[in-house]
Design a protein around this ligand. Structure first.
Ligand SMILES: [Zn+2]
Length: 248
């Protein structure tokens, strides 16, 4: 099974991962890049994605893009993620700086043929401004942990984007959960955001593999669709997301 977004597991957690598994393992902190690259090199099925996000310390500096590019050039399977916009840190990381970094990261993904994992909290209007301005020069993108509206989801898909649904969909009172069937025919993947992301209470004690399949089953049921067919479809998208080094 393919997991479109998780973080660096500990060595003990790596032993929980089934042998036929594949996944995109992301980081949003530069301090983690080295350990991520080492982990994915020695673990079967893992594709690494390096990124940096706005935080309380500010927006990632633009020169970090050059460092990312050097790593991508040496590691043809490494992708980009997480990068994006986050309204919560706007005081420390002004939106203009967030925007500039995201534009450069998308451009890098396009030039180097790598997928880009987006983290978007608020500021959707700015995201669509960027996507519109970069039309024709966009990399393959996933919107990780998507929980927004059906309308925004369709708009993102229209730009060529892929939605990624994580366990955060099952937070109490989230409106999208009841409307997932409307997105059944859109390009989307599933993800766990494990071991960092939010999980419904009963899943917190489950081994990773059981948690991923509980999420997959619940998503298929909410979309009123066949889980096996969904898994096949998501595996195929997973291949695109992890093999972006092939020239287009
Ligand atoms: Zn994440």
């Amino acid at each position: 099974m393919f997991d479109a977004h998780c973080h660096i597991p500990s060595p003990a957690q790596i032993r929980e991962i089934p042998s036929d598994w594949r996944g995109l393992v992301c980081t949003s902190r530069q301090e983690e890049w080295t350990s991520l690259l080492m982990t994915v090199e020695t673990s079967l099925g893992m594709t690494g994605a390096i990124g940096a996000l706005p935080s309380g310390k500010g927006s990632p500096p633009l020169h970090m893009i050059e460092r990312m590019e050097r790593i991508l050039d040496h590691a043809p399977s490494v992708q980009i993620g997480e990068v994006g916009l986050d309204r919560r840190f706007q005081d420390a990381a002004p939106i203009a700086a967030q925007r500039e970094f995201l534009v450069d990261a998308l451009e890098l993904g396009y030039r180097r043929h790598r997928s880009v994992t987006l983290h978007i909290v608020g500021n959707e209007r700015i995201l669509f401004d960027i996507l519109q301005a970069k039309r024709g020069r966009l990399p393959l993108m996933i919107w990780h942990g998507y929980t927004g509206s059906v309308e925004t989801a369709k708009r993102f898909v229209a730009t060529g984007g892929i939605l990624s649904f994580g366990p955060s969909l099952w937070r109490p009172h989230l409106k999208l959960a009841a409307r997932l069937a409307e997105l059944r025919d859109m390009p989307f993947v599933w993800e766990t955001d494990w071991p960092e992301g939010w999980l419904p209470e009963p899943w917190r004690q489950l081994p990773y593999e059981e948690m991923l399949s509980a999420h997959a089953s619940r998503l298929a049921a909410a979309m009123d669709t066949n889980e096996e067919r969904l898994e096949e479809r998501i595996d195929a998208i997973g291949t695109l997301l992890t093999n972006q080094q092939t020239p287009r």
